[in-house]
Design a binder for this molecule. Structure first.
Ligand code: GDP
Length: 372
């Protein structure tokens, strides 16, 4: 049990390292702390802080990243102690989103999330400065300045909200213009292969990268399979502990998912924590009210799964049995709406196409009975 928990935490840190790489950094060392409660002042305990400080002191290290969310004063206290810039997972994700945002909408959404993230942290930052200055008087200069700063940030937030509402109105009209087409949306944890599948299905060139959040803006393609037209969209990848404000400010990107008729939930079955990732996606879908739609679960990267799971000495019939059991288990979990593919090696893509086509036609029949 203990080993399993530790392995899980290591996986989380692996993911954090991967996020850091996506942001252009190289992770050189991972620290784990086991404490019943976080330290209110520095989050981690004194001993661990010393250990980190010692590690950093004789190396060229510029940033310390925490997987958990820290408050403003904790960040200040840690920075003071270790002497390097300290950020948390939310900071890192916001940074990546900021780099990736291309459209006006995505840019405004990220900016909004950043300001919302800063707002509650302003007090902590000013408290820190106040303490340095000795805190003169009952209403020191800090108090008015923090109010000024807060007002500036609040004004910025309401401005961005207004701008986003306008963009929303436009995209709503655009979406309306798409008429009676059935809409299929690719959803899934980040880096599971959504863009690759989008490319494969639509033969378009959507950016596919081994990086987290390669896709920030929604891409929609009109498809026609055997005379049946439908719309296919690729959306932002979900991730565990997505900053709460980001989910909120990405509402309109998520509208694409909310307004979809069919969801293709792509899963990277080769990932150690893939069941965890399924849970994160399901939870997000529930949160945005999109969990009651028809969902086809697409288990991708079967090639990697097979490579990881099967030893050379395993005989063919055992391999077959393992695959059969796996497929049976997930067919059971998804009411028969599971499909197993490798987008990279293009295995089972025809079956994926057929499954999508069947579901699309089924919906057309329900929605426009007079036409069929
Ligand atoms: P997205 O973030 O969900 O859109 O994922 P991408 O489509 O960008 O893919 C992430 C990485 O996984 C890329 O390096 C892909 O080449 C790789 N990938 C996608 N599908 C497969 C697959 O079936 N097998 C393997 N081995 N790699 C894949």
């Amino acid at each position: 049990q203990k080993d399993q928990r530790e392995q899980e935490v290591m996986e989380y840190l692996e993911e954090l390292a991967f996020l850091a790489e996506t942001a252009g950094a190289v992770a050189v060392k991972k620290f784990i702390q086991k404490l019943p409660h976080p330290d209110s002042r520095t989050y981690i305990g004194k001993g661990k802080l010393e250990e980190i400080k010692k590690y950093i002191s004789d190396r060229d290290i510029n940033v310390l990243i925490f997987d958990d969310e820290l408050n403003g004063s904790q960040i200040m206290n840690i920075e003071k102690e270790v002497g390097v810039k300290t950020i948390d997972r939310s900071d890192l994700i916001l940074d990546i989103f900021a780099r990736r945002a291309k459209t006006a909408q995505a840019k405004a959404q990220v900016e909004l999330a950043q300001y919302q993230y800063i707002l509650p942290r302003l007090r902590g930052m000013w408290k820190h400065l106040e303490r340095l200055g000795g805190g003169i008087g009952t209403r020191g200069p800090g108090e008015t300045e923090i109010e000024t700063d807060r007002r500036i940030v609040r004004d910025k937030i309401s401005l961005l909200r207004k701008r986003l509402a306008e963009i929303d109105k436009q995209s709503f009209t655009q979406r309306k213009d798409r008429g009676e087409f059935i809409r299929v949306s690719l959803v899934g944890y980040t880096n599971v292969g959504k863009s690759t599948i989008m490319n494969l299905l639509s033969k378009s060139e959507v950016l596919a990268e081994n990086k987290l959040f390669a896709t920030l803006d929604t891409t929609t393609r009109k498809m026609v399979y055997e005379n049946t037209p439908f719309l296919l969209s690729d959306t932002v990848g979900f991730i565990r502990k997505l900053p709460h404000h980001l989910v909120e400010s990405f509402k309109s990107t998520l509208d694409e998912v909310r307004e979809a008729d069919i969801l293709l939930h792509v899963v990277d079955i080769s990932h150690l924590n893939y069941e965890d990732q399924i849970g994160v996606v399901d939870k997000t879908l529930q949160d945005i009210g999109a969990f009651d739609k028809p969902i086809i679960t697409v288990f991708n990267k079967m090639d990697l799964y097979i490579k990881h799971t099967f030893d050379e000495w395993l005989d063919e019939s055992t391999k077959e049995q393992i695959l059969k059991d796996l497929e049976a288990r997930w067919h059971n979990h998804t009411n028969g709406n599971a499909i197993f593919i490798s987008a990279l090696e293009r295995t089972n893509i025809d079956e994926l196409r057929r499954t999508i086509l069947e579901k699309v036609r089924e919906l057309y029949r329900i929605r426009y009975p007079y036409k069929s």
